[in-house]
Design a protein around this ligand. Structure first.
Ligand code: HEM
Ligand code: HEM
Length: 480
């Protein structure tokens, strides 16, 4: 009988065994509880928001699945986007920020009551905002600012209070330097406060072309100056901590920070290439979109060089693979955006499902993966409880494969859609050709959703042992 192949032999494990984290158990239980409750709220929004996403994707293959007005595509779509933006991603980021800022400032968070109030305000905004959108009460067809202004004012109050809480913590820091993470985090908070104000000020709400210019500015900065700098700032903390080595280059981090501030804030016009906005404005946006390659190379290079030589540590960790995937995603999918901004390619892809693929590649493959890496890196160390290692792996692979299926289907389909329009084929042909790609998107989306359920279970496994309010401040830190 032939010898069994060593590759298939039974004692070869199916997956690389993951190292148990060193449980240091955060003794400031009020802090652990705050961060856990933020994450629990965020995860609930992830489930709600992406359940709606799956339902929307089913509607593409079965448009007559319901005839209820408040479940119609036009109403549910903004509920999906706003819930995942403000409910899930924002709250999850803020949870991690509430850990990183005090830790790197070597001070306790300035005010716990303020942090709880901010949480309540943001949750309230997402609940009221979602209900209003389903009821048909919205701010018109302006993407990511569909919430009417009183609702957005509630959300903005939560953001401003958090910003104040963080600034006071940093101002009172116990070290001289402001760590690079806090540059990014504060940059994100300050920009967003300005951005939301501009986007909602009544005298910017003109109808017509100037509103389109403001919309481009708002839309791209919402993703580029809120989610992007904050998750990058978090990564500047979590990556070196989890690898137990310093970041490769502080200067590269500073270069990436300033180029982000200069280039990113100027590129909103690329959302309306060929629109009747000033041609020079579009050209500036395109040039700065190309300039973003400098930021991407500096940021990604810094992270990858920090990871160099740590392959084994990454393989044996269940948090670092998320960070690795997120860092690679940051470069690849943002660089894809640079290509989309070029006139020759925008001509093919604009208005097609290719853009939807780019949205999910970046928001999900970059931002959300880095958030998951941070959560898996932090919570077990804070609470002393680990998730199932196997289920953390299943979460990773379902999310990764799911979003690959989702986005690759739409990238291929979206390109064919664009070509069909260029060839002046009857519009219905582009709808027919999309049918199989929309089906694959629903399959990928369902896998992503399943991974979120697993993540929710893992989060529950990592809950603090005692959720009750106890003990005062302790000097001991989870990732100190
Ligand atoms: C170098 C960086 C980036 C560039 C140059 C870029 C470029 C673009 C362009 C040109 C579009 C418009 C496509 C069209 O409508 O024809 C777009 C859309 C979009 N991008 Fe990016 N992108 C970048 C990074 C990112 C990142 C990091 C995120 C998320 C964190 C993101 C999220 C989005 C979203 C959500 C849309 C869809 C907006 C809509 O609803 O129309 N992008 N991007
Ligand atoms: C189970 C996972 C998800 C599914 C099935 C899903 C599905 C969808 C669907 C069907 C749309 C409408 C596309 C269209 O109008 O043609 C959409 C839009 C969008 N979703 Fe998701 N989604 C998921 C997760 C997420 C997450 C986690 C985020 C952000 C963190 C996100 C951000 C967006 C954005 C930004 C858009 C607007 C796209 C654009 O206009 O370019 N989605 N999603």
């Amino acid at each position: 009988m032939a010898e069994p192949s060593p590759i298939l032999s039974a004692d070869r494990p199916l997956v690389v065994g993951k190292a148990r984290v060193e449980s240091v158990g955060e003794r400031d239980t009020a802090w652990t509880r705050l961060i856990f409750v933020y994450l629990a709220c965020a995860t609930s929004w992830l489930i709600v928001g992406t359940l709606i996403g799956v339902y929307l994707s089913i509607k593409f293959t079965a448009p007559d699945v319901d005839h209820v007005p408040w479940l119609s595509f036009g109403r549910l779509r903004p509920v999906h986007t706003n819930t995942v933006f403000w409910g899930w991603t924002s709250l999850a980021m803020i949870a991690l920020v509430l850990y990183v800022v005090p830790k790197t400032s070597q001070r306790r968070l300035y005010s716990f009551p303020l942090a709880w109030i901010s949480l309540a305000l943001i949750n309230l905004a997402v609940v009221i905002g979602g209900l209003c959108l389903m009821g048909g009460i919205n701010n018109g067809g302006q993407e990511y600012r569909e919430y009417i202004w009183p609702v957005m004012a509630i959300f903005a109050s939560g953001v401003v209070l958090t910003a104040y809480n963080l600034i006071r913590t940093i101002a009172d820091r116990g070290v001289e330097e402001i760590y690079i993470s806090n540059w990014y985090i504060m940059g994100g908070f300050l920009w967003t406060s300005v951005l939301v104000t501009i986007a909602y000020l009544p005298f910017y709400q003109q109808n017509g072309i100037s509103e389109t210019v403001i919309q481009g500015y708002y839309m791209h900065n919402a993703v580029g100056m809120w989610f992007t700098p904050i998750v990058l700032g978090l990564t500047y903390y979590f990556l070196p901590k989890l690898l137990n080595k310093p970041i490769y280059s502080y200067s590269l981090g500073v270069l990436a920070f300033w180029t982000q501030m200069v280039f990113y804030t100027m590129i909103g016009g690329h959302h309306f290439v060929f629109a009747p906005t000033p041609w020079w404005l579009q050209t500036v946006a395109i040039i700065f979109s190309v300039g973003m390659i400098v930021t991407l190379a500096a940021g990604t290079g810094n992270f990858l060089l920090t990871m160099k030589g740590s392959g084994r540590t990454i393989a044996r960790s269940y948090s670092l693979p998320f960070i690795l995937a997120g860092v690679i995603g940051y470069f690849l999918w943002s660089a894809q955006g640079t290509l989309e901004a070029l006139r020759s390619l925008n001509l093919v892809w604009h208005f097609t499902n290719y853009t939807v693929a780019h949205s999910h590649l970046t928001m999900y493959g970059f931002v959300v993966f880095l958030i998951w890496g941070g959560i898996y890196g932090l919570l077990p160390r804070m609470t002393g409880r680990e998730p199932s290692h196997l289920l953390a792996g299943v979460h990773f692979w379902f999310a990764l494969l799911g979003y690959f299926i989702y986005t690759f289907a739409l990238m291929v389909g979206g390109t064919l859609q664009g070509v069909s329009w260029i060839l002046n084929a009857p519009f219905i042909e582009s709808v027919r050709l999309m049918a199989p790609f929309w089906l694959w998107r629903a399959v990928g989306g369902a896998m992503m959703f399943l991974s979120h359920l697993i993540f929710a279970y893992n989060l529950w496994r990592m809950r603090p042992l005692r959720l009750e309010r106890t003990m005062p401040v302790a000097q001991m830190g989870a990732l100190a």
